[in-house]
Design a protein around this ligand. Sequence first.
Ligand code: SF4
Length: 275
Amino acid sequence: MTCQQKQQIYNLLKTAADSVLGFRVKSFDTTPVFYDDPLPAPQNLQEQTDLHEPSLAAPAASSDHSSLDFSTVHSSLEDSICNLKNQISACSRCALAKTRNNTVPGTGSLKPVVLVVGEGPGFEEDRQGLPFVGPAGQLLDKMLAAISLSRSSNTYIANIVKCRPPQNRDPYPEEAEACSSFLQAQIALLKPKAILCVGSVAAKNLLKTEAGVSRLRGSFYQYHNIPVAVTYHPSALLRSQDLKRPAWEDLKQFRLKLLELCPDYESSCQSYVSH
Ligand code: SF4
């Protein structure tokens, strides 16, 4: 079992205990650190030996090395993302740690074409420990699907702050600052081809600007040489029908940029499978 699966089961148990008992059980006060179960190495080795036995007399082919290297790199990326999630789970760098039910580190493909950055978890995200799972999340999935992106195949979704601000207020600057190294680490590890900021909180904090979405949208910016586009947060689109057309224009422009950067990215898209 992976550390992510263990974390999700833990979150479910904690939420169930809260709902049934009506108060927080003391043993859930501190989030434990989870690790992946170790692979049964000797068995794998045996299977590999069986598979390659006929070619034992020949020197090892270079393709064997490349596949071994790839799995090692992939596994170390998974480990790094998992370690980061554990660090976030244990974090108490800002006041949001005191009021959260769950941390919401992020979710999606570990080889993303796109990283979507939102502002912070809301009620449902805090309850489930996953980003963009309420009505705004469902709209975000539809927006992404319209340009052949999905969190199950080619997109990763994260927020500026990993804990819910009370009453869904904007995160305070000191909270965003305290949390910024986690997003920086996610970007450095995942190496997305492009970033889509949804909403002004995401844009302001990532691009270090005071400008709002209506001024920022329509252009591309750079974050450590990664192109960044800005559009409206899906919650804003749910509140105002008038924003849907400009948001769609933004998505079409973003798709053209993706085709420039990664011409076959659309073939990697699968529809979103709910967690
Ligand atoms: S919002 Fe970020 S910095 Fe603040 S407690 Fe949560 S994980 Fe830590």
